[in-house]
Design a protein around this ligand. Structure first.
Ligand code: ADP
Ligand code: 5GP
Length: 186
């Protein structure tokens, strides 16, 4: 019998460095499977269909909601984001642990459905640094950046209740802390 896989949920305000830290964690734990979410937002430069996200139209996303294909979905910053059942269950069944980059509402929802999920919240070192990072990424226009930064208090309030909390001050240091949390709790 395979040891059952676990869900590892990584949440943080936009621009904190979730994607960057997850990439580093996966280098150190190559058996982890990344959960490719579906979204209605447009792909950023360098993002690939089926690797970073499944990029769907609003119509297609709504059709999949009606077909109950999502284990959870949320509207975040005016776009839809969701995690499909099928890939989660397929990987968990064969003992694979899955790392998810999802928002705090999705994290709460998955924790309810999968009580043994490992929930990790990342903090930026400061709000000023968060603003610098999201601007430096250069993937959003100023209105969208303001909208994303405005959600910081909600993310932080919910994130404060996550069982594991890590400051992403330095990518290597933060990734090592996340790797240790995963190793010690799986
Ligand atoms: P998120 O996935 O949380 O929205 P990203 O991983 O896209 O954030 O990171 C946002 C920006 O911040 C990127 O330009 C990334 O290179 C940078 N970044 C991430 N972590 C750090 C860090 N520890 N120190 C400095 N810059 C960082
Ligand atoms: P971004 O547009 O920056 O890639 O993601 C925006 C927000 O949506 C982030 O907080 C990210 O974690 C969240 N997100 C990405 N995929 C999912 C998902 O499948 N479900 C939920 N609830 N949130 C998601």
């Amino acid at each position: 019998m395979n040891k059952p896989g676990r869900l590892i949920v990584i949440s943080a305000a936009s621009g904190t460095g979730k994607s960057t830290v997850i990439k580093e964690v996966m280098k150190q734990l190559p058996d982890l499977v990344f959960s490719v979410s579906s979204t209605t937002r447009k792909a950023r430069d360098g993002e690939r269909e089926g690797v970073h996200y499944h990029f769907l139209t609003h119509e297609e996303f709504k059709r999949r909601i009606e077909e109950n294909r999502f284990v959870e979905w949320e509207e975040v910053y005016g776009e839809f984001y969701g995690t499909e059942h099928e890939a989660l269950e397929r990987n968990l069944k064969i003992g694979k642990s899955i790392i998810l980059d999802i928002d705090v509402m999705g994290g709460e929802h998955l924790h309810f459905l999968y009580p043994d999920a490992i929930l990790i919240f990342l903090y930026p070192p400061s709000f000023k640094e968060l603003r610098r990072r999201i601007n430096s990424r250069g993937s959003e226009n100023p209105d969208i950046i303001s909208e994303r930064l405005a959600r910081f208090p909600l993310e932080k309030e919910k994130g404060n209740k996550y069982p594991f909390r890590v400051v992403n001050d330095d990518v290597q240091r933060a990734a090592s802390e996340v790797v240790n949390i995963i190793k010690e709790n799986s």
